[in-house]
Design a protein around this ligand. Sequence first.
Ligand code: 26A
Length: 335
Amino acid sequence: MSYPLVCLGNPLLDVQANVEPEYLAKYNLKSNDAILIEDAKTDPRMKIFDELVEKKDTIFVAGGAAQNTARGAAFELGPNKVAYFGCVGEDKFSQQLLQENERAGVKSLYLVNKEIGTGKCAALINGHDRSLVTDLGAANHFKPEHLDKNWEYVENAKAFYIGGFHLTVSPEAIVKLGKHAQENKKPFVINFSAPFIPQFFKDALIQVLPYATHIIANETEAAAFSESFYNGENITDLKEIAKKIINDYNKNATVIFTHGLEPTVLVNSDLSTKEIDVHPLETSKIVDTNGAGDAFAGGFVAGIILGEDVEKCIDRGQALAKISIQQVGPSFPVK
Ligand code: 26A
């Protein structure tokens, strides 16, 4: 019942395969992006899943951004330190997710929806980029009441990690956890997750930002935030974007922007800044970058649980991202 880190997100099974640029072009997909299928009945991109199943190199691997982060944090912290909330269906996909969480030492606090299948994400690997196409399925049906039913896990938690992707599902659930975190002075880490979150889920993001103690995003998500929230001002400098977020949305937050191989930008709530180097990896050793950002977040929140200062947390995140991109899928080595 007592897990220091509690995460909330959309549990998905990743259907991962290598694809050529022509395949992405056929479905009008960018090489490095994440999109959400809103209507599974009519969206032509649902065909991608059928096509991937036919491909020989396709693998089925645990995904869901915050769930990857939960497994990453457990890799750092050891078993029985991390619990994860999300909604799954009653099928073999959710069984696989459950098993992979167990193997990773993560306690699954799933809400099970008997009518709808577990969500899935087509992870289309192209070179060192990945294009993600998600059919949320049951993950779209998480309900805040599921938190109430498991409130002892929330009370016993020392910190929370929220995948921004969950803003498409239940901002209410995020606010509920956020209020608890704020009242009890617990760290509350939010990741923007994808450019479309600040673009199209602006109101939901505004609702939850006040609760964040730490905000994590990558450079494209930061740019999307700047365009969506400060349209016309053309603010492109990452430190400036971070300062605007702190000034306008949460004066107590620390903002962390990863920037590919460039140093990670840290802007503290007092607006002091720092750049922290990544842990470079020889290009030839990169297997795939699916889940690299989630692994960074996993190392980061593990550091928060260990009581490390924010720079050490970032360094731990960089180290874990380096480990994850040497694995197939958003995975970590078996210990
Ligand atoms: C709401 N959407 C679109 C999503 C996701 C998602 N996780 C939660 N919600 N779209 C992609 N992912 C996950 O991101 C990981 C890589 O960072 C994929 O499942 C993949 O494992």
